[in-house]
Write a protein that binds this ligand. Structure first.
Ligand code: BG6
Length: 492
């Protein structure tokens, strides 16, 4: 059975970095898997005046840089790409775009399906949405779907204003607010782990769980994105979206079915259930910091304030750790520790559930620890108490370790391919609904306000795992970070 989807894809931000690094390779993956085949065309738009030939060359380069080598397939794929220089504020340009889309629709026998992809500076999102309506770009036959990249606003008010603008043009069921973490295989695997194993289901509650930990660590610094990052910081760049999505998977109730509606219902509840702090409580339960220069493995690494494009007195957080709670009665009181940062020891996204200690036949035994490695080294470990070989009653910690094979991981579709494929299939499961996002922003805004008047910014050494305060946060109740990598030589 063919899984081919017909579509004219209009890419706002067609000359941008995201399109180059992620979106063209993802579309190529869909092409290779037959989802995009004969009946599709992509219109790239951006300000610069490019020819179709040049654009196709850019697309071919992007696909090759992502490691693809099938030259014939790459050439055939790139022929579906067209370029339209576009000023997003000029209504006339939308008319030209509409005509080109109609022409390509006819040429490729698409049948009216349109996918609008906003992959550019967020300040233009509302303008584009408004013009798509005023210049009547949406078709009357086929589907019209919008993919919108982050950041979706920078606080609740701006997110709401943006949402109002796009819902003036698109209905909720046509809007796909993307969070690429939801396309990650091992993030999705949390659902199967929790709900396909009666054993885990039976112990996933406050009687058995001591704490939940979510770590999104990056070894890279701000790279060339200071312009954006200065306006975001780790809280908005990672916590507001990726961390929250993992948290929802870890704390939500079991959905009634594996459908988009059922999953969104329990996710929305998980966000409603987040225990709201006052600003004072937020100050006590969240830690922020900025990376400072250090010598990492013999190499001098600049501090955040020394990076290109960063203000020398910047108060932008590059690290956030926090203790969160849910009011869901099943997990009420269980601390959920989160942390994320740039320039940490190693790149790793992982979550750990630590179960409570036990007392029994073998005396006091430490709780088992279940870890899901989301990326890299995709897999699971479970640390348990086990009898030492050759002894009668002496225990030791054993590590049950399952890692997916590297080849299998690289053969699986990449997050963006999976997510764009979902959009083409009309499946909203792995996208953010507005009501979920609204709740997340309400939560995050309290933390932002709590920090707003604080003119000091603690630092941590580049290459470390964050400031001491992020470790101290876990001390009450005898918690500690499960993952404490020490594979970096650090010096001042
Ligand atoms: C993005 C952030 O959303 O996620 C980046 O804007 C960050 O700052 C990236 O580097 C991390 O994604 P991944 O998939 O590499 O963990």
């Amino acid at each position: 059975m063919s899984n081919e989807v017909n579509a004219v894809i209009i890419m706002f931000g067609g000359s941008g970095d995201l399109a180059h690094r992620k979106l063209y390779p993802a579309l190529f993956g869909l092409f290779q898997h037959g989802v995009l085949k004969d009946h599709f065309a992509v219109i790239g738009t951006a300000r610069r005046p490019w020819s179709d030939d040049h654009y196709q060359e850019v697309v071919r380069d992007s696909v090759k840089e992502a490691g693809n080598t099938d030259q014939d397939a790459i050439a055939a794929f790139a022929k579906h790409f067209y370029y339209q220089s576009h000023d997003v504020t000029d209504a006339d340009h939308y008319v030209t775009l509409k005509q080109l889309a109609a022409k390509l629709d006819e040429q490729y026998e698409v049948g009216g399906n349109r996918l609008y992809y906003m992959a550019m500076a967020p300040k233009f999102f509302s303008t584009i949405a408004t013009h798509l309506k005023s210049e009547s770009l949406l078709t009357n036959t086929g589907f019209n779907r919008l993919i919108i990249e982050k950041p979706f606003g920078h606080d609740y008010e701006s997110a709401k204003a943006l949402n109002d603008a796009i819902t003036g043009t698109f209905k909720e069921e046509q809007i796909y607010r993307i969070d690429h973490y939801l396309g990650k295989d091992m993030a999705q695997a949390i659902l199967a782990l929790r709900f396909a194993n009666p054993w885990f289901k039976a112990v996933w509650d406050k009687d058995h769980i001591k704490d939940i930990q979510i770590t999104l660590a990056e070894a890279v610094g701000v790279e060339e994105r200071a312009g954006y990052y200065e306006t975001a910081g780790a809280l908005r760049d990672m916590v507001q979206n990726h961390v929250m999505q993992l948290l929802a998977y870890l704390t939500m109730d079991e959905p009634e079915a594996l459908t988009s509606e059922a999953i969104h219902a329990v996710k929305a509840k998980a966000f409603d259930d987040l225990h709201r702090y006052t600003e004072d409580e937020a100050r006590q339960n969240f830690v922020r910091a900025q990376y400072a220069s250090a010598t990492v493995d013999g190499k001098k690494v600049p501090g955040y304030r020394e990076e290109d494009g960063v203000a020398p007195d910047s108060l932008t957080d590059t690290f956030v750790a926090g203790k969160m709670l849910t009011d869901n009665p099943k997990l009420a009181g269980v601390p959920i520790f989160i942390r994320t940062g740039k320039r940490l020891t190693r790149k790793s996204t992982q979550v750990t559930v630590t179960f409570k200690d036990g007392d029994g036949l073998f005396g006091h035994t430490p709780g088992d620890q279940l870890t899901v490695y989301i990326e890299p080294n995709e897999g699971y470990t479970l640390e348990i108490n086990a009898k030492k070989l050759g002894e009668t009653a002496t225990l030791e910690r054993e590590w049950l370790n399952m890692r997916h094979d590297d080849q299998a991981v690289s053969d699986a579709p990449e997050a963006y391919e999976r997510l764009i494929g979902d959009v083409l299939a009309g499946d909203q499961t792995n996208f953010n609904h507005w009501n979920e996002l609204a709740q997340i922003w309400r939560y995050v805004d309290v933390i932002t306000r709590a920090w707003a008047n604080d003119k000091t910014m603690p630092t941590y050494k580049a290459g470390s795992m964050g400031p001491q305060a992020a470790f101290d946060l876990l001390k009450p109740g005898d918690h500690k970070w499960y993952w404490q990598p020490r594979h970096t030589q650090l010096a001042d």
